[in-house]
Design a protein around this ligand. Structure first.
Ligand SMILES: [Zn+2]
Length: 76
């Protein structure tokens, strides 16, 4: 019989993997505030598309890593 923690980890991976793939391949999702019907929507600037929350988190963490990592002086 499988361990419950292993089953929970596999379930979390099964739920998160498609979302991470969607964030990587299609970083923009539909605007949930205006549903692309308000040209004056401040959340999406009237485009009807917004950056996904997972993509924003990835961009934040990537910038945090880049700022904390010293650059290689040999590369210029
Ligand atoms: Zn909108």
């Amino acid at each position: 019989m499988a361990h419950p923690l292993l089953l929970a980890s596999l379930a979390a991976l099964a739920l998160l993997a498609p979302y991470a793939l969607a964030c990587a391949l299609v970083p923009f999702g539909a605007c949930t505030r205006c549903h692309a019907s308000d040209p004056l929507c401040r959340a999406c600037d009237g485009t009807g598309r917004r950056v996904r929350l997972g993509r924003r988190a990835w961009t934040y963490l990537r910038a945090l890593h880049d700022h904390a990592t010293p650059t290689n002086p040999k590369e210029g």
